[in-house]
Design a protein around this ligand. Structure first.
Ligand code: NAD
Ligand code: MG
Length: 382
């Protein structure tokens, strides 16, 4: 039996993780147990998750929600924590694996707490690897902790890497759907509304990552994520726009072979592979039907139309605290855009302004990363 904790359990990745665990337990009863859950605002959903999986350790973002959750679960008498400290306590509690399904830089501290405890990480929260990737990978190495990617591209790379030695890997080729504005005229982008940006053509995800996918910032974050996970230079990571989202990513080995992982666009397989690795178990997702015919296309990303991709790569190349600054500014910009306080095209401007104002700290500590993230978030704007 594997003990799992999930932070961000009521979001897109969190609910799909529980769906996968429910199905795996149906296959092999009792193979997974949920020992702890943390959520933000969706208290009723968290209560029903806690009931279904018999979870006795919970956490909410706000104190009044913790009280509400306790009331909803009065007969179970669970321990309900709240806030940043509660989240860290949950992440550092005894479990075999933590699924980081929380969004944004709020994932940095709990991820480090879990690593400190020696808990393996199923990592969805890419912002943590962007802002604090070197620290996370170093600490994980020291503790012998595995960081298993949940992000579909990184899972694809991880799947392709099975049986491949690190020195045989020459290049990572990340695929990118291109987002909802791939063919939209550049001069009309300033009029894009949150509603338009939240309609992703191939993936159904949380609000922040959906906007990131529309600006191509998501792919920029993923380039840094891949660089940290595989200790590979940013120049050896290529991005190709593949609107069908069937090839989830590829690797090129030194003999010139290109290996790819293909599948129907669903997060369930990457989530499941992180949970069951190194085993492959049946997974309830539609499979590709080649008899129906399948066209796959690849094109160069338009970095002029979508400056966020280049900004993220520049931040990754600079290293130190610059990726943390870039990431925090983007989180603020996305929040402003969704709240109507910034235009779609202001997002890269806000990020660039914050990066220009930042003085990079080389070899930062976790505290430096957290400080830069918080300070940048507070200061970023138009
Ligand atoms: P989401 O917005 O659907 O869910 C985020 C969850 O985090 C929610 O349950 C929210 O309540 C919770 N949360 C936020 N702040 C919190 C706090 N302070 N304390 C406790 N809980 C908090 O987001 P998502 O789409 O599931 O994405 C989660 C992460 O996974 C992101 O980092 C995203 O980039 C990454 N990711 C998502 C997908 C996807 O398909 N959705 C794919 C790849 C990677
Ligand atoms: Mg992805």
């Amino acid at each position: 039996m594997k003990n799992i904790g999930i932070i961000g359990s009521t979001g897109s990745i969190g609910t799909q993780s529980l769906e996968v665990i429910r199905e795996l337990n149906g296959l092999v009863p009792g193979s997974f147990r949920i020992s702890a859950l943390a959520c933000g605002k969706r208290i009723e959903a968290a209560a029903s998750q806690a009931r279904e999986f018999g979870v006795r350790l919970l956490c909410t973002a706000e104190k009044e929600d913790a009280e509400k959750l306790k009331e909803l679960l009065w007969d179970m008498k669970p321990e309900v924590l709240w806030g940043r400290e509660g989240l860290n306590e949950i992440a550092g509690s005894d479990m075999d694996m933590l699924v980081t399904a929380i969004v944004g830089m709020a994932g940095i501290e709990p991820t480090l707490k879990a690593i400190e405890r020696g808990t393996d990480i199923a990592l969805a929260n890419k912002e943590t690897l962007v802002a604090a990737g070197e620290i996370v990978m170093r600490e994980a190495g020291k503790k012998g902790v595995s960081i298993l990617p949940v992000d579909s591209e990184h899972s694809a790379v991880f799947q392709c890497m099975q049986g491949i030695k690190r020195e045989e890997l020459e290049k990572i080729i990340l695929t990118c759907s291109g987002g909802p504005f791939r063919t939209y005229p550049k001069e009309k982008l300033s009029g894009v509304t949150p509603k338009m940006a939240l309609g992703h053509p191939t993936w159904n995800m949380g609000g922040k990552i959906t906007v990131d996918s529309a600006t191509l910032m998501n792919k920029g974050l993923e380039v840094i994520e891949a660089a940290r996970l595989y200790n590979i230079g940013l120049k050896d990571i290529e991005v190709t726009v593949h609107p069908q989202s069937i090839v989830h990513s590829m690797i090129k080995t030194r003999d010139g072979a290109v290996l790819a992982q293909l599948g129907f666009p669903s997060m369930k397989l990457p989530i499941q592979y992180a949970l069951t690795y190194p085993e492959r178990l049946p997974c309830n997702v539609p499979v590709l039907d080649f008899e129906k015919g399948l066209s796959l296309t690849f094109e160069k990303p338009d970095c002029e139309k979508f400056p966020c991709l280049g900004l993220a790569i520049a931040a990754g190349e600079e290293g130190g605290t610059m990726p943390a600054c870039m990431n925090a500014a983007n989180e603020k910009a996305v929040r402003m855009f969704l709240g109507g306080a910034a235009k779609f095209t202001d997002i890269p401007m806000i990020v660039e302004k914050a990066m220009n104002a930042h003085r990079t700290i080389k070899d930062p500590t976790a505290e430096d990363v957290l400080n830069v993230s918080a300070e940048t978030y507070a200061a970023a704007g138009l």
